[in-house]
Ligand binder design. Structure first.
Ligand SMILES: *Cc1c(COP(=O)(O)O)cnc(C)c1O
Length: 248
């Protein structure tokens, strides 16, 4: 894709620099090291992901299976790690394991089974093609942190009480690697309350699974709060890419 404006690289660089500064300020204020930045490129063309790669970004996030698969296929040489962060239908598992390093939205047993099955097929396909097989898929359990989850539709995620059962299901699958937890701050609730709950749940998870210490939390609006509450991976879209483009 070559439709990027000539100043798009400068625009992305300026926004990326300012977000990186916010992250380092937040980490300094919390007296901790810097978390990892995943730049969420959803709605934007593969050309933007390529420009970001040129600016030193290594991790990008997408939330729609088809859009993610085609962008990843467009940029095989960019050295990007693709993180799938959106709600995932089981029939898209086969697509996701082709390109994704991590899935941040693992929230039900059926999806775990579908991912494990798709991973076995993908691993076999790569070996038959003479390759070295597929690296285990990094999995984050997405939790629904709403105070009243029975009200209205949520933004995906399992109930916190189901966390340990899902963790055990992931751990049973050699092709899946349990990395930690993911959450989106519930709309209309204080993100500090949600993210401190997430941090408590993370302590509970790591007491059984010490390697699963990842906390994927924090978006453009609430990254400082997430950093203060132990986020290890931030998922930042609009403050780096700019306002959403008009739908094509
Ligand atoms: C879009 C999205 C983000 C990024 O949100 P911004 O507000 O654009 O920074 C993070 N996480 C998930 C799950 C998303 O869908």
């Amino acid at each position: 894709m070559s439709t990027a404006l000539p100043n798009r690289a400068a625009d992305l660089e300026a926004r990326l620099t300012s977000v990186r500064r916010r992250i380092s300020d937040a980490a300094a204020a919390a007296g901790r090291g810097e978390p990892n930045l995943i730049v969420v490129t959803k709605y934007f063309p593969a050309s933007d992901a390529a420009l970001l790669a040129g600016l030193g970004v290594r991790d990008v996030g997408e939330n729609k299976a088809q859009e993610a698969e085609s962008k990843a296929a467009e940029l095989p040489e960019a050295g990007l790690n693709w993180h799938f962060i959106g709600q995932l239908q089981t029939n898209k598992a086969k697509s996701v394991v082709k390109y994704a390093r991590a899935v941040h939205s693992v929230d039900r047993p059926g999806l775990i089974a579908a991912l494990a099955k798709a991973m076995a097929a993908e691993d076999a396909r790569r070996r038959e093609a003479g390759g070295s097989g597929r690296e285990p898929l990094e999995c984050y359990l997405q939790l629904d942190l709403r105070a009243q989850p029975e009200e209205a539709a949520g933004r995906g995620g399992a109930k916190p009480e189901d966390m340990l059962g899902l963790a055990a299901a992931v751990e049973q699958e050699p092709a899946l690697r349990l990395k930690g937890l993911m959450a989106v701050a519930p709309l209309g609730e204080d993100p500090a309350v949600a993210f401190s709950r997430l941090q408590e749940l993370s302590h509970e998870l790591t007491s059984r699974y010490p390697a699963a210490s990842g906390i994927s939390a924090g978006m453009s609006q609430d990254l400082e709060t997430a950093v203060a509450h132990g986020a290890t991976h931030l998922r930042i879209g609009s403050d780096i890419l700019g306002p959403r483009p008009v739908l094509r």
